[in-house]
Write a protein that binds this ligand. Structure first.
Ligand SMILES: [Zn+2]
Length: 329
């Protein structure tokens, strides 16, 4: 079967090549990969974070169709459309027992501690699959990382109807979903982006970075935001901190522009601000998204073939990217 593979880190070392096709074990399912999202995690996997095994197949966000099931698999059959919950988890540690499979003590991220899905076929435990129907291929390929990360972040921050949510990086992978989920959860959403099309995601207001403070202040009559989501990190950290209101919640789950920040602690405690770090989400949330996402859309910037994996990763990090990068296998 065809895969994207690297032995030594670096995009230039990614090869489109053949590896031996394998069969699912008793509780596993073999899926034919239809589409795979391209995310910062994939870029970091290819560019030097420690991974195993080597040679390594990246690809953390996988949508496909069941090809073959192991002998004990009852809930899936050939032809089912599925997304892959991309965490390895044991199901028995204290974190798993409280439905925090993303924080499993003995787990990790599929595509980091296992091979990923930039591949014609992908074999995974049945407990990692969730069926989807009635959604577009682009949305399905955006649920396991982009949408799930945004949803879990908003849920962890306890976003409530009627609150004001500010989303930085609103045209980005997670940002697009944070805007839409914020609306579904009943919030007033202010999106920070230079892209005009972000308005079509349902944001109440779209503003650029230089005006965000004034816009949030005006809309909230000086109270500022209840929840702020910022997946960008270093470059926008101060902008986002200054729009968090009293008792506001600030959510970080990404560092696309770097992760070194300096903070005046008094700006946090004097306003009773809660800082939430989140990563991924749990299986239940991914399952909820399969129905919530029927109302959602995703702006795709460019679709690549598996063979064009290098270009897809370069496009992901290009400053002029205009929507998601998706690999169609
Ligand atoms: Zn566990």
């Amino acid at each position: 079967m065809k895969v994207l593979l690297f032995e030594k880190s670096g995009i230039e070392n990614l090869k489109y090549t053949d590896v031996k096709d394998e069969e699912p074990e008793t509780h596993q399912v073999k899926i034919r990969v239809l589409s795979a999202g391209v995310n910062p995690i994939d870029y970091f996997v290819v560019n030097g974070i420690p991974v195993r095994p080597l040679p390594h197949i990246p690809g953390a966000e996988i949508y496909g169709e069941v090809e073959k099931t192991g002998d004990s698999v009852r809930n899936f059959s050939r032809g089912d459309k599925v997304v892959v919950y991309n965490r390895v988890f044991d199901g028995s540690c204290d974190m798993c027992l409280q439905s925090s499979e993303n924080l499993c003590r003995n787990g990790g991220i599929i595509s980091v501690i296992t091979n990923g899905g930039y591949s014609e076929f992908f074999i995974v435990d049945e407990k990692n699959l969730i069926k989807v129907s009635g959604i577009s291929e682009e949305i399905a390929a955006s649920l396991p990382v982009a949408a799930l990360t945004a949803y879990h972040g908003l849920r962890t921050a306890g976003l409530r109807a009627g609150e004001t949510l500010v989303v930085f990086g609103a045209s980005g992978n997670t940002g697009q979903f944070a805007v839409q989920l914020g609306k579904i959860m009943g919030a007033q959403v202010i999106a920070v982006s230079k892209k005009g099309w972000v308005k079509e995601l349902g944001a109440d207001l779209v503003t650029d970075l230089s005006n965000v403070k004034d816009v949030v202040s005006k809309v909230t009559e000086g109270k500022m935001a209840d929840v702020v989501v910022d997946p960008l990190g270093e470059k926008t950290w101060l902008n986002s901190l200054e729009v968090v209101g009293v008792k506001g919640r600030w959510v970080t789950f990404g560092t696309l522009t770097g992760s070194n920040v300096s903070v005046q602690l008094n700006t946090i405690y004097s306003k009773h601000i809660s800082l939430f770090g989140t990563t991924g989400g749990n299986r239940k949330e991914l399952q909820e998204l399969t129905s919530l996402s029927r109302k959602m859309k995703v702006k795709v910037g460019k679709v690549f073939s598996l063979e064009e994996g290098k270009e897809a990763l370069k496009y992901l990090m290009a400053g002029d990217r205009d929507g998601r990068a998706i690999i169609k296998v």
